[in-house]
Each structure stands twice: as structure tokens, then as C-alpha cells.
Design a protein around this ligand. Structure first.
Ligand SMILES: Nc1nc2c(ncn2[C@@H]2O[C@H](COP(=O)(O)OP(=O)(O)OP(=O)(O)O)[C@@H](O)[C@H]2O)c(=O)[nH]1
Ligand SMILES: *[C@@H]1O[C@H](CO)[C@@H](O)[C@H](O)[C@H]1NC(C)=O
Length: 390
């Protein structure tokens, strides 16, 4: 049987990666009883998909992740392969997950799910033949035979008996999968980490990032003790990884400048915090991952003129090939290999780097650090280990 899923169009790349873990683990638990395959939803900028070319919006997972590694956790296939294998652009049952209209009754949280009237704009429309049409990531022929809305308040494991016993559909599409929470299998659980470890970046993107590390930052895995092994075999303890002779930062700007003023310093403030750490660890190079426009990067560089300050700048050709997601992954991979890392509080992008460094085996003191806003007295260090839930 096939489980397909989708996430709220408003969610960013890095939160979507966390939703993958929930659905992947659901499929892992389903496979204890019955063979299920997880069908991977094509990547794309869902908000803007109409203004983009189809080839730009239907990005396969293999562009970003190593499918052989994902498959060491559960069987996965791309949506295009699902269409080929099943021979028709059909999903038997589409289930749109939603909240309960009445909220939490009595402030008491319990796991539950019930078929209910639809509360949100879901985009499913029944055609003259009774088939449910939806945008299906731009695969316009696709349809669902059955569609329903389901109020749900549960961790993902709660869907297992439902999928096994309440529905006989061979293919089930779960919409708004971010409604399912990790619950007891959150990031303190080995179940969470095992799935997280399987999300290895694609070889190609890792190679690009590794070449940059070598050419610009004098960093290579053997010297740095960061050789990546097959993830199920890989055993590291904190402090095993040394990292390259550079510091890396994730400096989240753009919307965070107004929405998280306590977490984001001015560029001069950021430079001051970077300088202190470079001196503390006797390093002279810093890698900058940021969503800031070029002028801001240049300004940061000018505040740190006595040091080497670099970032990965894709050529237009590289950007067309790797896409925004690939460039973000290259940034994350380079940050994950630095001797010392400083991120931005509450950014999911930073959390993903923390996790990568945990997997590689860095001392936690070298990972859980963050920028403090200018003149902010209480700026918690080490940064809290926290994942943003729906
Ligand atoms: N390449 C690159 N992109 C970044 C960086 N920081 C943020 N972004 C982009 O900014 C956007 C916001 O972050 P997302 O990846 O969507 O994740 P999110 O869940 O919205 O994360 P936060 O908003 O940071 O909590 C995405 O398009 C990122 O790719 C960075 O350092 N490098
Ligand atoms: C699933 O089936 C069980 C047993 O028949 C029933 O009690 C339950 O309400 C069903 N769940 C949903 C969400 O329909």
C-alpha cells in the first residue's frame, strides 16, 4: 500500500524536513504489520507555483537527499515513480487533516480523530465524473477517488490502526501532515534520531560543499574527523568530531529582523560576537550562511576585515541546477563541519545544522551557540534544544 502526504503550503523547507520524519516513522510502524511505501511529495514553492515553470516546481527528492539512505529506514518512492508503477494518476483516498472546530475540550489533551465537515480551504473540487481534482504538485491529470476531512489531535502513531483497519484504500494521501505530532517520539527519542540520521543529503550537494571546504577553508573529513559512514553503522560520541579550522555562523536576517528582534543583532553587533569567538578559538576564517542580501554580507565582511569571511555564492548555472533548497543544503553542510558553530535562535534552519553536528559527533559546546540581539541581557546559552511544532 502507498502513503502519500503533503504539508501546509506556507511551511518552509526546514520545517517540511521535520514533517518527513513523522510520516516516515508512521510508515516504519505500518511496515511492522503490512508492507507500505512512502511516496515523496515533489518539492516546490507551493505559494508561487503558478508563476513558475513546471520543471522548477516539481523537484524530486533525489535532488536534495540520498534516496538509498532514506531507504535504509523505510521504502520510499518519488511521486513520478508512483505514477509509473501504478499506471494511472490516481489516489484512492485523500484525507485532509484539520484541527477540531471546538478546540481542546476542557483544556484536556487526548488523542482522537473523527471525520468532520471541512474547516479549511482545501482546494479539492469534485468534477463531473465524481473524481476529486486537486493541484497535485502540478500533475494535472491526477485525481482522488474519495476525499474527506478528518479532525485530528494525535501523534502520528495514532493513525496506524486507522490506516490498517478503517480504510481499505491501497493508496492514501494525507494532506496537512504537519498536524500529526511526534509526541512521545520527539527529539529526545531514538526513534526520532534514527529517522533523522537517514536524511542524508545527496552525494552531489555534499561533494560541492566538500570541495568548497577544501578550497576555501582548508577542511577535509580525514583531518577533521568527520568521515561520513553508512548511517546505520555510524557510531559517534560527543567530541569525536574536530571540524575544519573555521567558525561557521547561520545569520538569519530578512523577516527575522522584524519578527525576532531579540535574536538578531545588527551587522556590527554580529561582527563583534564573531570576532570574540574567532579569538577564543584561535581561528582566522568564518563561513557565513545567511539569507541576507549581498550588501549586508559585504558590510559584515567589512567589519571583520582582519579575517577571512566567506560564503558559498552559486553561479546562475549552479542555482538553476541545485535550486534554493540545494544552496541551503550546501550552506548547512559547510556549517555542520566547522570547528565552532553559532546560529540564530528559533530558526529551523539553525536547528537542522545542530542536528547534523550531533550526528557527526561534535562537542555540544561547539554547536549550541547563538547570536544575541544587540544589548539583550538574557540571551540563553547554550541554545535550547527545541523543534518548532505545528
Ligand atoms: N541558502 C540559505 N538560505 C537561507 C538561510 N537562512 C534562511 N534561508 C532561507 O530562508 C527561508 C526560511 O527558512 P526555511 O528554510 O523556510 O525554514 P523555516 O522553517 O521557515 O525556518 P525559519 O524561518 O528560519 O525558522 C528558506 O527559503 C531558506 O532557504 C541561509 O543561511 N542560507
Ligand atoms: C475506526 O474503526 C473503529 C472500529 O470500527 C471505530 O471505533 C473508529 O471510530 C473508526 N475511526 C474513525 C476515525 O473512523
Amino acid at each position: 500500500r502507498y502513503l502519500i502526504y503533503d504539508v501546509n503550503p506556507g511551511e518552509g523547507f526546514n520545517l517540511r524536513r521535520d514533517v518527513y520524519l513523522r510520516v516516515a516513522n508512521l510508515v516504519k510502524f505500518l511496515n511492522e504489520e503490512q508492507p507500505w511505501v512512502l511516496v515523496l511529495p515533489p518539492w516546490g514553492h507551493l505559494y508561487h507555483w503558478q508563476s513558475r515553470t513546471i520543471s522548477n516546481s516539481q523537484i524530486p527528492w533525489a535532488k536534495f537527499f540520498d534516496l538509498a539512505s532514506l531507504r535504509k529506514l523505510i521504502p520510499v518512492m518519488e511521486f513520478t515513480d508512483y505514477l509509473k508503477v501504478t499506471g494511472k494518476p490516481e489516489v484512492e483516498s485523500a484525507i485532509y487533516l484539520q484541527r477540531y472546530k471546538e478546540g481542546w475540550s476542557g483544556g484536556h489533551w487526548e488523542e482522537k480523530m473523527h471525520e468532520r465537515e471541512c474547516l479549511d480551504k482545501h482546494g479539492f473540487v469534485q468534477d463531473d465524473d465524481g473524481l476529486w481534482r486537486w493541484w497535485f504538485w502540478g500533475y494535472k491529470d491526477a485525481y482522488a477517488i474519495d476525499f474527506k476531512c478528518m479532525s485530528v489531535q494525535a501523534q502520528y502513531t495514532f493513525l496506524k490502526p486507522y490506516l490498517l483497519h478503517n480504510t481499505t484504500a491501497r493508496s492514501v494521501l494525507l494532506l496537512r501532515a504537519e498536524h500529526l505530532i511526534h509526541g512521545s517520539y520527539s527529539e529526545w527519542s531514538p526513534v526520532w534520531w534514527t529517522a533523522r540520521r537517514s536524511m542524508v543529503f545527496s552525494q552531489k550537494l555534499r561533494d560541492v560543499a566538500d570541495q568548497f571546504r577544501e578550497a576555501e577553508l582548508n577542511s577535509d573529513d580525514v583531518k577533521d574527523n568527520t568521515v561520513l559512514e553508512d548511517w546505520p553503522e555510524m557510531k559517534r560520541i560527543h567530541g569525536d568530531a574536530i571540524g575544519g579550522p573555521y567558525m561557521a555562523v547561520h545569520l538569519r536576517r530578512k523577516d527575522f529582523l522584524s519578527s525576532h528582534t531579540k535574536d538578531v543583532p545588527s551587522l556590527a553587533g554580529a561582527a563583534k560576537q564573531i570576532r570574540e569567538k574567532l579569538k577564543e578559538f584561535d581561528l582566522n576564517a568564518v563561513y557565513v550562511a545567511t539569507d541576507a542580501p549581498k550588501e549586508e554580507f559585504l558590510e559584515l565582511q567589512s567589519h571583520l576585515s582582519e579575517f577571512k569571511v566567506v560564503k558559498f555564492e552559486p553561479t546562475q548555472e549552479q542555482l538553476d541546477d541545485y535550486k534554493d533548497g540545494g544552496v541551503a543544503i550546501i550552506d548547512q553542510w559547510i556549517c555542520a563541519h566547522a570547528r565552532f558553530f553559532m546560529g540564530t535562535g528559533v530558526s529551523t534552519f539553525t536547528f537542522r545544522i545542530h542536528e547534523e553536528r550531533e550526528i557527526l559527533g561534535f562537542d555540544q559546546k561547539m554547536t549550541f551557540n547563538r547570536f544575541c540581539g544587540d544589548n539583550i541581557a538574557e540571551c540563553e546559552q547554550p541554545t535550547k534544544w527545541s523543534i518548532k511544532y505545528e
